[in-house]
Each structure stands twice: as structure tokens, then as C-alpha cells.
Design a protein around this ligand. Sequence first.
Ligand SMILES: NC(=O)c1ccc[n+]([C@@H]2O[C@H](COP(=O)([O-])OP(=O)(O)OC[C@H]3O[C@@H](n4cnc5c(N)ncnc54)[C@H](OP(=O)(O)O)[C@@H]3O)[C@@H](O)[C@H]2O)c1
Length: 244
Amino acid sequence: MTKRPVALVTGATSGIGKAITFALAEAGYEVIALGRSAATLEQMQTQSGVRPLALDLTDREALETALEGEEIDVLVNNAGVIPPVVGFDRMAQSDIDATLEVNLSAAIATTRMVLPGMMARGRGHVFFTGSTAGQAPFPNMAVYGASKAAISSFAAALRCDLSGSGVRVTEIVAGRVETNLYKEVLTARARADMYGAFDAVQPEDVATMLRSVLEMPAHVDVTRFDILPTAQFVGGGGFAKKED
Ligand SMILES: NC(=O)c1ccc[n+]([C@@H]2O[C@H](COP(=O)([O-])OP(=O)(O)OC[C@H]3O[C@@H](n4cnc5c(N)ncnc54)[C@H](OP(=O)(O)O)[C@@H]3O)[C@@H](O)[C@H]2O)c1
């Protein structure tokens, strides 16, 4: 029996990562689903046979131990947090640290752990979930934006280092996607307004794109794709509201 390709998806318990996890499982991958919520991961295991990996990505030692001996073909660095949406002067240092730690450092650290195996095998694919907030300024999002701009820069430069290695790199530049990302930082009303102002992209739409990118022939690397609500524009202030 041929071995199934293995994918590691971080932030697999919710939103974009959950949709990607299910899509890859459906596509025949053995998926290692990583997140902190053990209960959700257990449910997902029952539902689709994914392998749960319940840990906090900021725990490097636990991550390194868990990944020892794993041969990962596809790494989806997707876990992310958004700090309170306030002016920078009102941000707590702990929120700044947590954002950079999860959105940037953890993705780089996970890649460092997985990449040598890919390079030795001469194939692999590393995805990063970036954001439109990393491509243009948004008010009250200076640190979140910085974390996403940095990961965008890292992904692009990593591709240069990997030239000729057979390992592909793709940045997913996501616009507004309807998930739990803002659950802790915006009221239910504010979130409903944000998603209701236009047809937000759904997590499954991002997963569909990721699958198409993976299915491209090995010599083709889609280095980045931008996926936004049709009504969203970036760079000129944000959103074109639907007429009532
Ligand atoms: N939604 C959007 O509009 C949007 C737009 C652009 C980019 N993005 C990016 O898309 C990615 C996915 O976010 P989402 O929108 O799907 O949000 P979400 O529904 O809140 O999912 C976030 C995921 O990250 C995981 N996570 C957070 N901190 C973690 C940690 N310390 N260790 C391990 N896992 C952790 C969460 O799992 P646990 O709680 O179980 O740990 C959860 O599975 C993020 O990188 C986000 O910045 C989202």
C-alpha cells in the first residue's frame, strides 16, 4: 500500500485551518491537526480521521518532541491571533508579545523543524496564512499588520533560499473571512456588522484554493494568492459596502 502524504495544519480547530484540515483529509492526506483545544481535535478525529495534536505553538519543546520522526509533505502555518483592535498607544505589551509570538515566531519555528526533511526528500509545500493587513495599513491594527507583513516577507525570502530544492512556498493573503478570529476582540454586534456589510469569504473557499494550488504540477509554484470578498478593496481604506 502506498503511504499517504502527510500534512500538518496549525490552527486546525477553527475557521480557515479547520476547513483546510477537512479538505486535505478528504483529498487523501494523513492530516496532523494542531491546536490547543483537545476537545475540538478529538471531535475532528472522530469526524474525519485526522490525527489530533493538542499543544500550544508557543511551547517549542513540546512541538519539537511531537514532530520528531514525522515526515511532513505539506505544512500549513495558519494559527493566528488578533490583539484588541485599539490604537497602538493603548495596547498592552503582553498582547503585542503574544501576537508576534503566534503569528510570526511560531510559524518560523515550525517551518525550521519541518523543512530539513522536505529538503532531504526534494519535495514539499509550505503555506503561510498572511493577510491583507500585512499588505496595506489598517487603523488600530499596527501590530497585527506588522506580524503579517513580516510573515509575507519571510515567505518570499524563504522561497529564494529554497530555489532548486523542490520545496514550494505559498502565502495565502486573506481578506475578510468569516471565522472566530475577532471573537475575543469585537462584540457580536460589531462582528455581525463587519461580516454582514458584504459577503465575507468562507473558510471553505480558502481551503478550495489551497487544494487547487497543491494540485498544480510539481514544477509550478503559486507563490501567493489573494482571496478577498468581491466587495472588499485594500489600500484605499478597506470596504465597499453593499447597497441596502
Ligand atoms: N478571518 C479573517 O478575516 C482573516 C483574514 C486574514 C488572515 N487571517 C488569518 O487566518 C489564520 C486563521 O485564523 P481564522 O480567521 O481561521 O481564526 P480562528 O477561527 O480564530 O482560528 C485561529 C486558530 O489558531 C489557533 N491558535 C491560536 N493561538 C494558538 C496557539 N498559541 N497555539 C496553537 N494554536 C493556536 C486556534 O486554535 P486553539 O484556540 O484551539 O488553539 C484556532 O484554531 C490566522 O493566521 C489569521 O491571522 C484571518
